[in-house]
Design a protein around this ligand. Structure first.
Ligand code: V47
Ligand code: SF4
Length: 374
């Protein structure tokens, strides 16, 4: 950052504490948890945009990544009872679904010719499906679409499917890896603070368990994503605590590819009385995450959740990944009231969104290998 930019900040009344943070970020130094909280509390949107853009530029230049993928949700039957979930059903309840392996393979096959490079699979924790079932699913999909990369199962699903098969996490992950799994999505992290977690998802894998499953995956050479569910009961200190636990694990393993903030959506769940966050809060959250997580390479805006317009705006707040061209197969968010009720974007639309915001579109595969830069 140039000294004239610092002078502009000073002229616009930015405090000495925030100027100190700007100095550190500009020098490539890590900020502390206290400084992270201060950014959330006191920094203006333009100040955050400049700092977050500086960090994104250091890591990713002008590149904004997207990929061609579909989401498969094998079932919404789930043994857990997360209070924010609009999607889970009991077995036999109206609105539940459970696709068999043949049906899921057919869904994958029907998209095979459209040029997808990734299949993202997440769903509920089905009581009768163990890790052997899911390894078979991956194997069968790979037989039909061998070149497609499979990113599948949150740490919460991995935890349960291994337990149901009386296998350890490491053994279960090896089975899935041998079947063709190349990456884990970041879901199930929610918020790590134990008191809040007990209120919003009491029977889910606990925070240490979530981090340990990701640590184990990283050590096996399986990179993963990370998420944070925000806008539900937590304060800024809880968000920074969450980001800090991710940053600490990343220092140890280097296995996280991306961080994806997931905005709480309040329709059809037990927290419907909680107002949703404003767009300004969403943008602040992206920026502070980008500045704080100096060691996680990619910050992803999940556009089916926040809508294409806010996703495009988020590119000015440190975001460098718009995820994929998801077909109308994801229900987790549409059932919770997300902007996009039938989420689908063509490659051309994503490219236009990225160019329109002044960045360079780069098609990537699941492991962030560059397929095409335009
Ligand atoms: O863990 C559920 C979230 C997650 C709601 O890694 C909700 O690329 C907001 O894993 N409001 C699962 N969020 C989704 C997931 C994911 C999504 C996108 C990209 C990636 C990736 C992973 O969905 C859950 C939970 O945090 N969720 N209900 C809700 N009402
Ligand atoms: Fe089950 Fe996932 Fe819903 Fe929790 S968020 S109840 S684990 S489907």
């Amino acid at each position: 950052m140039t000294s004239s930019l610092f002078a502009l900040f000073e002229q616009s009344g930015v405090s000495a504490e925030l100027m100190k943070i700007a100095g550190k970020v500009s020098a490539g130094e890590r900020i502390t948890t206290m400084e992270g909280e201060l950014l959330f509390r006191d920094a203006s949107l333009p100040f955050l945009a400049v700092l977050a853009d500086h960090v994104r530029h250091r890591i990713n230049g002008k590149q904004v990544f997207y990929n061609r993928n579909i989401h498969l949700e094998p079932t919404n039957i789930c043994v857990n009872h997360c209070a924010f979930c609009s999607y889970r059903r009991k077995k036999g309840e109206e609105g539940c679904w459970e696709f068999g392996i043949d049906e899921l393979v057919k869904m994958a096959e029907s998209h095979a010719l459209s040029g997808i490079t990734e299949i993202h699979i997440v769903g509920g924790v089905h009581p009768d499906r163990d890790v052997y079932f899911y390894a078979d699913l991956i194997r069968e999909i790979k037989k039909i679409v061998p070149t497609v990369q499979i990113k599948a199962f949150t740490a919460v699903e991995i935890d349960a499917m291994c337990r149901f098969a009386s296998l350890g996490i490491r053994e279960g992950l090896i089975l899935l890896q041998e079947a063709g799994l190349v990456s884990l999505p970041g879901g199930g992290a929610e918020i790590f603070d134990e008191t809040l977690r007990a209120k919003i998802c009491p029977d889910k894998t606990d925070s240490e368990g979530w981090l340990n499953i990701h640590r184990t995956a990283h050590k096996l050479g399986i990179p993963t994503n990370s998420t944070m569910l925000y806008g539900l009961l937590e304060g800024y200190s809880h968000r920074i605590d969450h980001l800090n636990r991710l940053r600490t694990l990343q220092d140890e393993t280097g296995g996280f590819n991306a961080f994806i903030p997931l905005k709480f959506r309040h329709y059809n769940n037990r927290f419907s009385y909680v107002a949703e966050q404003t767009t300004v809060e969403d943008l602040k959250n992206y920026a502070v995450s980008r500045i704080f997580l100096d060691n996680i390479p990619h910050l992803k805006a999940y556009w089916p959740m926040i809508g294409k317009q806010v996703a495009q705006l988020s590119l000015a707040f440190g975001v460098d990944d718009l995820d994929g061209t998801i077909d109308d197969t994801t229900k987790i968010y549409s059932m919770a009231g997300s902007e996009e009720q039938s989420p689908a974007a063509t490659t051309g639309q994503l490219v236009d969104m990225i160019r329109g915001a002044g960045f360079v579109p780069v098609e990537r595969d699941t492991l962030y290998n560059v397929i095409r830069s335009t």
